[in-house]
Design a protein around this ligand. Structure first.
Ligand code: CS2
Length: 477
């Protein structure tokens, strides 16, 4: 955006790819333009656009949630441009002006524009970051057909990504726009397969066999693993960027210097040459996603509630606490790595890098951010480790402790013992986990959270109940 660039008074320290934005055409639609997308996928595509002859890989950013419209307006006002700041653990700082979001559509207000974009033959790829809970899948990976948001979508509203995909792809299937790839970029295991399941079930519930057949023939759903720790941008960061560059950038984001994207090489539409900008295109994403989800995401999840109960604000503070640092090592060594078993990833060295990334005290990643959405995160991040350990005949004490800390944290928040802003869209489900034996029983036998483990390994309930008792005693001491 020329205005944005012109406003920048200190361009020599702001890196910018040299392409002319007017030369760029969109080849990608992205649903859910949150901070993570802006610090991750948009950066890879910005690098791609910076190479000659890849000018047709701009991104159309789409907002799908009415509650985000206000913020999205700001992105529109900045023509999708913003500054990304990255900081390494050693303090090396970089500022990049990202411009790959070449057009914005607020789908919550003008959904028909999303349909039109999906019918455009130049669009080859639809990507999504709508959070783990945004796919509305139950413990058996089935679409929650009874969920009010899905019900609303089935009756013609647009509350979830399925309604947007359904409507847009239906129109595409009736046009000659051709094949397309749907690439899920959320932290779900086998994310491509899950997105396909969810969408196919939605289409089936719409009784649209024609579209179902078209999707089978013309659309692929590669899996992908995405990684960059991206704290929620805070006022201090905004002030820094705005003062430094004389901008008024409401969409600026900040992240660690580390970035990784591993994508299954399975494109039904034209394939963007992402391997030229550092993306790993592989035949099988599974070992990478298992390592990332079970070590990084589950590491975050199992430590964060303990850290909140200790009163820490930032995650790096937790990693400097001797007890929690030891806990992370024990959790990884005793429960996680043995459960993964053989892997093409060097797991001990991967875990070591993650411990260093977690300790980065320059990014100010908050415990509040990492604590959020526990209900959606445990089944995705922690469940596989739990199950594999029970299958291997090993009691995963460290994992159980992490889960117990979440239960105790919920009680502490509920009773006002700690002052904490806990964000979880599943608050109604959580309210059943009261602070008594009945609440513990409900917690340890909640099928959405612990799935098949409950019936297959009856000792799990006893083990988790004991872990809760032990953890709450350790809090009183
Ligand atoms: C975090 C992730 O929200 C969480 O629980 O573990 O947001 C994590 O920071 C990213 O997946 C890193 O790539």
């Amino acid at each position: 955006m020329t205005n944005f660039l012109q406003a920048s008074q200190n361009q020599e320290r702001l890196n910018c790819q040299t392409y002319q934005k007017t030369d760029i055409k969109a080849g990608v639609i992205h649903l859910g333009v949150g901070a993570f997308h802006r610090a991750h996928q948009a950066v890879f595509f910005d690098r791609l656009l910076g190479q000659t002859s890849h000018a047709h890989w701009g991104i159309i950013g789409v907002n799908i949630r009415p509650q985000d419209s206000h913020l999205f307006e700001q992105l529109m006002a900045q023509d999708g441009e913003y500054v990304l700041k990255t900081i390494s653990a050693a303090g090396k700082t970089e500022y990049n002006h990202i411009r790959s979001l070449v057009r914005q559509i607020d789908g919550a207000k003008t959904p028909e524009q999303v349909d039109d974009a999906m019918m455009d033959p130049s669009i080859q790829l639809v990507t999504s970051t709508v959070t783990e809970g945004g796919y509305y899948l139950d413990e058996n990976h089935q679409l929650m057909l009874d969920h009010p948001a899905i019900k609303a979508d089935l009756s013609g509203e647009r509350q979830t990504l399925y309604a947007f995909l359904y409507s847009g792809l239906k129109r595409r299937s009736q046009s000659s726009a051709g094949n397309i790839t749907l690439l899920c970029c959320d932290n779900l295991r086998h994310n491509g397969r899950l997105l396909k399941n969810g969408l196919m079930q939605f289409v089936q519930a719409m009784q649209d066999t024609q579209l179902a057949t078209w999707l089978e023939k013309n659309v692929s759903f590669p899996c992908s693993m995405v990684d960059r720790i991206t704290p929620k941008p805070n006022a201090r960061h905004m002030d820094d960027v705005n003062t430094r560059f004389g901008l008024n950038d409401a969409m600026t984001v900040m992240g660690e210097d580390f970035i990784q994207w591993v994508v299954e090489d399975n494109f039904a539409g034209q394939k963007p040459p992402l391997e030229t900008v550092g993306v790993q295109l592989v035949e099988n994403v599974e070992p990478f996603e298992e390592a990332k989800i079970r070590i990084l995401n589950a590491g975050h999840t199992c430590i964060t509630y303990q850290a909140a109960l200790k009163g820490f604000i930032y995650f790096d503070q937790a990693m400097k606490d001797a007890q929690l640092k030891q806990y992370f090592n024990d959790f990884i060594e005793q429960d996680v790595i043995p459960a993964i078993g053989e892997s093409v990833v060097d797991l001990p060295s991967y875990a070591k890098t993650i411990a260093e990334r977690f300790s980065n005290d320059n990014i100010g990643d908050t415990i509040e951010r990492i604590c959020s959405d526990g209900y959606a995160k445990f089944p995705v991040f922690v469940f596989p480790t739990l199950l594999a350990n029970y299958q291997n005949g090993h009691t995963p004490s460290q994992t159980l402790k992490g889960i117990a800390s979440w239960y105790c944290f919920l009680q502490a928040v509920e009773q006002g013992q700690i002052v904490f802003q806990y964000h979880d869209p599943s608050i109604a489900e959580l309210s059943r986990f009261s602070n008594d034996q009945q609440g513990i029983d409900a917690f340890v036998s909640q099928p959405f959270l612990w799935g098949e483990i409950i019936d297959t390994y009856p000792q799990f309930k006893t083990d988790l109940t004991k872990a809760i008792m032990d953890f709450s005693k350790s809090l009183i001491r």
